[in-house]
Ligand binder design. Sequence first.
Ligand code: EPU
Length: 419
Amino acid sequence: MDKLLIRGGRSLNGEVQISGAKNSALPIMAATILCSAEAVIENIPDLKDIRTMSKMLEILGASVRFEDNSRLVINTEHLTSKEAPYELVKTMRASVLTLGPLAARFGYAKVSLPGGCAIGERPINLHLMGLEKMGAEITLSQGYVVATVKALKGAYIYFDIPTVTGTENLMMAAVFAKGRTTLENAAREPEVQDLADYLNAMGAKVYGAGTSVVEIDGVEGLTPIPYRIIPDRIETGTFIAIAGITAGDILIKGCRADHITAVIDKLQETGIVITEEASGLRVKAPAWGSLQCADVKTMPYPGFPTDMQAQFIALMSVANGTSIVRETIFENRFMHVAELRRMGANIETEDNIATVRGVQRLIGAPVMATDLRASASLVVGALAAEGETLIERIYHLDRGYEKIEDKISRLGADVQRVR
Ligand code: EPU
């Protein structure tokens, strides 16, 4: 299994190009199930999760090919299966995004129920509640959810909790439903809006995506046109943290500042200076040892994203003073804390609160990645740590960060992939 060996303590400087957003690419790939045609999606990041979703579409009978590294061509004319098998769903929860489009196109979907994962239980009850309201019969059999319906119909659906993939699944399910579907307390993430933009570009009638009320009027069919997905806001935030912790000066190119205003605002509080330039965001960090502490609470968009919490904790582990970090989205998302402690961080957790007392310096150590964003936080910490950090199980990192070692190495990091 691949590991990452990082010798920390260097300032990272230069330019980095942000890749397409993983969490936009996955639902948009699933949305191609809605058409019986060839779809072209641009700006797709080369990631393990993307390959898993490609495999999922192939299992359903689609043909999928990469062109020019970042253009994906998916042909969904001859889908033969309506079943998302356990073997794939267990490796990537986002496979559950096939449920809505399969039910919409075929009136039948059989999708393995994802189990818990490293960051929490992550149920999909709200996805199922929505499909039921749209007239689907939902049964559970041998670990699989089976949705059966003659024709989905529009419905009023209220989410107790705003759910990103839940909103996306039901938005896709509603595209061909008879009448109007209203999703209330919907997730407002830019990725939800990107999916709506894609669906609308193909002829769907989705209104209000990006707000908490999304309305969808059913249409008869969709016609694919090439579509370019948005840049990855979490990768952008991670590179701001990387510049910040290494006293660096990085130009983050091709990102969308308007998608991470909460992150920019919070990280500026720590003394990092972030300014917009024509080609992206210029991030200038304070000198080594000058970062200031800051408190944060994770919230659904437009709040501070849970997907940046781990990287923020790594950053605050070397800030002056004590930072309080509240995780409100997932119940078990502090797995990185024990690993950062192995590097000398002073962090205590109780329930959903981490108290981070800044230390002068982290010291390199062997550590283990436990999930995607936890791995990113270990990279952030390792880049500032004295000596060598060997990060094990970086397959988690490969799920969501395109060519991370090339990108940080070009910025001046001493990093090596060890097999
Ligand atoms: N929830 C329920 N019932 C449901 C669905 C969600 O109780 O039916 C709860 C969850 O347990 C959680 C909260 O609602 O407490 C929000 O979860 P959400 O459904 O929004 O998460 P998700 O859709 O499973 C997506 C991203 C995650 C990101 C979260 C939160 C994708 C493919 N995944 O997950 O991304 O952390 O939204 O923003 O879009 C990552 O990229 O590392 C990652 C984990």
